[in-house]
Design a protein around this ligand. Structure first.
Ligand code: FAD
Ligand code: SF4
Length: 624
């Protein structure tokens, strides 16, 4: 444990009674697990970063585990402790156990590997320095200021729209709730702290439903592009056709959008992953797909100078991953835009049916006002609807509805040779055989070292054994194009709900079969399926049996691409925004983020979002 280093010292602890006993049962020190007291302390520090409901949920789950194991977790015999956890799992305690296990393994894995992660972060100098940004923290910003346009949110959409407007000569300010993060932080801070700092709610966002879906969202100057995997796809032709012909989103017309996609492609310096840095995880996936004769290839990424250190999800320590904080935002500033950080927009101001500006709160609770006739909302698909409701602009019945998530699932294959999935590019290669036919997109994806051990089955000695052999695992992820069956409700901290439709669940199960086939074809001798009733399968026949009986409601699902909550399109009763991104029912408020996308993008969406945002900017200028 290196718990007191790298900046965790000042963090308070949120008391979690029973955490030390749980840690000693989950990862017994007798079998090589970490000191449960130190681990418990670090879990409590991480818990202090979580939003109130999540940390209380954790406390409740631990309470249920303590009560359900009748004091057995205090036994001095590690086998007795593990038996108690296994018994509880058998008697319906699976959800509470999963919740606490996930957090403890995230904390212990990142701490166990912290030194290695930081060493690898510093092997090479940054590919480029942090650029100059005209940025002011909110405490230093005046209480009232005047601009031509305010852009809310500095992520994929916000950065692009700000750049276009500033380049046209508008006086633009980008207002961002999060902080600016430097490459130096990514080279020196504890990985868990990077995780807690870079994600909204310290990464604990989830969509409630059956199954619940983990939904991490970035927060900071650069938005989610700070933490994304850098995978880039052009919007597929059939998706653009659907958006244009069925939703009547005029911005999606290929003749209009494709030149903007080209511009994003060159701004982000997108190119295929070089096989020399890809790493074994991607190479193994490519070999399996090749063996099967399935469509495959290196992914396109916006990461010029990538050294394959597998840390994209906690901030690139080389400044190689070319998030918008490294290109569109500095370019916007060069054209005169300003960035206001640490300012949460609480309300969009209107008078007589027209935008007049925004109100934002500073970290100390004080408020500032920015007056502007144009307000562009780019707060992301989960934050845009509550902001519009807070602003009394949330009357449209479909606002917050139509949430598509592009749900994802991960599995691993065990090989006899070393794979060390985390030495190489975090997301590196694709298998697209079932993309057109079933909407299943497979991408070879690892996590930063140790930060993916929560997918490993079991408790105690067997879990420690799994962790110690995790270098022999190849990990794949699959995403499925889904129906927009989720909602974002509320006007402050949003509540996200999502019930996976039966046919989407069936395709998630099919994707386990697809990934398992790739892994076996590339030489895996067993596959960790993530299916509770068949955790490990040792042949394609066993894989088929496992997937034919799997209940999608019991899978561990995550999602990274929420879209559609303020959809743009031609039908006033279906689309809160018009075909060009203007919010219906008010003048001067525009939507230019993932919420504008009318249905699941079916590929990693950052390029689509950025191109559409540029399209919205063109329409704003046409209207100005
Ligand atoms: C782990 C992960 C990996 C991903 N990998 C990929 C990938 O490889 N390829 C890909 O294409 N996509 C990927 N994505 C998704 C992609 O990054 C997002 O779809 C995209 O960034 C969304 O753009 P946006 O502009 O809608 O929102 P964001 O980029 O999330 O930006 C929204 C910004 O608004 C700010 N904000 C919110 N509310 C307020 C407020 N009230 N006041 C002020 N500011 C506010 C937020 O703090 C945030 O910075 C990934 C996502 C995640 C979580
Ligand atoms: S793998 Fe990701 S974090 Fe590492 S250098 Fe490449 S882009 Fe950066």
């Amino acid at each position: 444990m290196i718990k007191s280093q790298y900046g965790w010292d000042g963090y308070p602890r949120f008391k979690l009674p029973g955490i030390v006993d749980f840690c000693s049962a989950l990862l017994p020190p007798e079998h090589g697990g970490p000191d449960p007291k130190l681990l418990g302390e670090l879990v409590e520090k991480y818990a202090s970063c979580l939003p109130t409901p999540a940390r209380h949920g954790l406390r409740v789950a631990l309470g249920a585990i303590t009560a359900g194991t009748y004091g057995k977790l205090r036994s001095s015999d590690p086998d007795t402790r593990v038996k108690a956890l296994n018994r509880l799992q058998g008697f319906g305690g699976g959800q509470a156990l999963d919740a606490v296990k996930t957090v403890v393994l995230l904390v212990s894995g990142s701490d166990r590997n912290a030194q290695d992660i930081l060493t690898r972060s510093n092997i090479n100098p940054p590919a480029r320095p942090d650029p100059h940004l005209d940025i002011t923290p909110s405490l230093e910003w005046s209480s009232i200021s005047y601009f031509d346009a305010v852009v809310i949110g500095s992520g994929a959409g916000g950065a692009m729209v700000a750049r276009s407007l500033a380049r046209s000569g508008m006086n633009v300010v980008v207002v961002e709730e999060g902080a600016r993060h430097s490459v130096e932080e990514f080279r020196s801070h504890h990985p868990l702290r990077r995780w807690a700092d870079l994600y909204r709610d310290a990464g604990a966002t989830a969509a409630l439903g059956i199954p619940p879906i983990v939904l991490p969202i970035g927060r900071g100057v650069g938005g989610t592009t700070l933490v994304n995997s850098g995978t880039c796809y052009r919007p597929p032709a059939k998706v653009l056709k659907r958006w244009r012909d069925e939703s009547h989103l005029e911005l999606a017309d290929p003749d209009f959008l494709n030149p903007l996609v080209d511009d994003v492609w060159s701004t982000l310096e997108i190119g295929p992953v070089d096989l020399s840095v890809m790493g074994n995880n991607g190479l193994t996936a490519l070999a399996g797909a090749k063996e099967l004769g399935w469509a495959h290839g290196p992914l396109n990424r916006n990461a010029p100078g990538c050294g394959g250190c597998c840390q994209c999800a906690i901030g690139c320590p080389r400044n190689a991953k070319f998030g918008v904080h490294l290109n569109a935002l500095p370019q916007a500033c060069e054209a005169g835009a300003k960035i206001l950080s640490h300012a949460r927009v609480t309300k969009i101001l209107t008078e007589g049916g027209r935008a007049t500006g925004i109100l934002a709160s500073r970290e100390n609770g004080s408020h500032l006002e920015i007056r502007a006739p144009i307000v562009v909302v780019c707060a992301g698909a989960t934050e845009t609807p509550p902001l519009l409701r807070r602003s009394h602009l949330g009357h449209h019945p479909r606002l917050g509805k139509n949430l598509a998530l592009h749900p994802a699932i991960g599995i691993s294959g065990r090989f006899s040779q070393d794979i060390t999935a985390w030495q190489g590019v975090l997301q590196s290669a694709s298998v697209e055989e079932f993309h057109d036919s079933d909407g299943i997109l497979i991408e070879a994806t690892s996590t930063p070292p140790g930060m993916g051990s929560m997918i490993l089955p079991g408790f105690g000695r067997s879990l420690i054994d799994e962790i110690s052999r995790s270098n022999t695992l190849c990990t794949l992820g699959a995403m499925i194009g889904d129906d927009g069956s989720g909602t974002v409700v509320g006007s402050r901290s949003p509540i996200i709900t999502y019930n996976l439709k039966r046919h989407d669940g069936a395709r998630l199960v099919k994707s386990i079969w697809v990934m398992g086939k790739v892994l076996f074809a590339s030489g895996a001798h067993e596959v960790l399926t993530g299916i509770p009733s068949h955790q490990v399968v040792k042949s394609v026949a066993e894989l088929e049996e496992a997937t034919s009986n799997a209940n999608y409601k019991k899978l561990h699902v995550a999602a990274f691409h929420p879209t559609g909550t303020c959809a743009g399109g031609g039908d006033p009763s279906t689309h809160p925004a018009d075909p060009y991104g203007s919010l219906r029912g008010v003048m001067g408020v525009w939507i230019a983020d993932a919420s504008l996308i009318p249905s699941c993008p079916e590929v990693n969406p950052q390029v689509s979002i950025m191109a559409l945002a540029q399209g919205v900017a063109i329409k704003i200028l046409d209207n100005a």
